[in-house]
Design a binder for this molecule. Structure first.
Ligand SMILES: NC(=O)c1ccc[n+]([C@@H]2O[C@H](COP(=O)([O-])OP(=O)(O)OC[C@H]3O[C@@H](n4cnc5c(N)ncnc54)[C@H](OP(=O)(O)O)[C@@H]3O)[C@@H](O)[C@H]2O)c1
Length: 265
């Protein structure tokens, strides 16, 4: 990965920070994308530089085309052609009843989770073609396969990105560009804390986050670093035979239905 430029959207915190640190540790120059938390972005870049690697932060709201274009241009000018794109920035907006979700929030999730990865792919693909190397890695979610209560907009976008992954993989295969998705189960970040807090409130339960763990066969949530390992593997030259695939990283959470059946026997 030495010398390759990797752009990680939402690279300032959560899973994106772990991905930025991992790619940098493999020698990539990392463009850490962020929207509003400049302090988090600075912290991620400082962690990378302290470890002796290269990174810079670049601001953009990925739902706004002009900002995304500016961010990509700045990153390219500063670090060089972008040959690894990690579409990590994402958001989920929950509502207790489907009638409660204003359409503007449905649209925002489409814009951030689905349209932005396509737009970013458009903006970097010529760099990849010119450099003869390209890796696009999209963050999907286990919820794309299993569904997830109160989050129809989020689940729809995370399923949609699997379609985008497969379609782009076909379109770009002849250029040596691979396109894959990673679908995590629940990962220990602020995103799931927010989700379980709402579940507690809306279902009138306590500690749903801890209770849910009992159902997961490994009794643990995934760590951001474990997701980052898989993303980094897909970004490496050695993964060139893998394209159009979705890799689930869920600590066994997708085995829950079998586990429930087992507990009935
Ligand atoms: N955590 C999980 O359990 C889990 C499971 C499956 C999939 N995922 C996926 O993994 C990815 C990272 O999740 P996470 O848990 O690390 O989430 P997180 O801690 O909530 O971080 C989300 C990141 O996305 C950025 N972002 C959101 N909206 C943006 C926008 N309009 N423009 C630019 N950046 C924006 C956030 O920036 P701001 O701080 O400015 O909002 C933040 O950097 C997401 O795509 C998520 O759907 C997460």
């Amino acid at each position: 990965m030495r010398g390759r430029v990797a752009l990680v959207t939402g690279g300032d915190r959560g899973i994106g920070r772990a991905i930025s640190l991992k790619l940098a540790s493999l020698g990539a120059k990392v463009a850490v994308g962020f929207r509003k938390n400049i302090d988090e972005a600075k912290k991620t870049v400082a962690l990378i530089k302290d470890a002796g690697h290269e990174a810079e932060y670049f601001q953009a709201d990925v739902s706004k085309y002009d900002e995304v274009k500016r961010m990509v241009d700045e990153a390219r000018r500063s670090l060089g052609p972008i040959t690894v794109l990690v579409n990590n920035a994402g958001l989920g907006i929950s509502s207790p009843k489907i009638t409660d979700l204003p359409l503007k929030y449905w649209q925002l999730q489409i814009d951030v989770n689905l349209t932005a990865p396509f737009v970013l792919s458009q903006l970097v693909v010529n760099d990849m073609i010119n450099e003869g190397y390209g890796r696009i890695i999209n963050l999907s979610s286990l919820s794309a396969f299993l569904g997830l209560e109160f989050t129809s907009g989020y689940v729809t976008t995370k399923a949609g990105i699997i379609g985008l992954t497969r379609a782009l993989a076909l379109d770009l295969a002849s250029h040596g560009i691979t396109v894959n998705a990673v679908a995590p189960g629940f990962v220990e970040t602020e995103m799931i804390d927010g989700y379980f807090n709402m579940i507690d409130k809306w279902l009138g339960v306590k500690n749903s986050k801890e209770k849910y763990l009992k159902l997961i066969p490994t009794h643990r949530y995934v760590t951001p670093e474990e997701v980052a390992e898989v993303v980094a593997f897909l970004a490496r030259p050695e993964a060139k035979a893998i394209t159009g695939q979705v890799i689930i990283v869920d600590a066994g959470a997708s085995l829950i239905p079998m586990r429930v059946l087992k507990s009935m026997s």
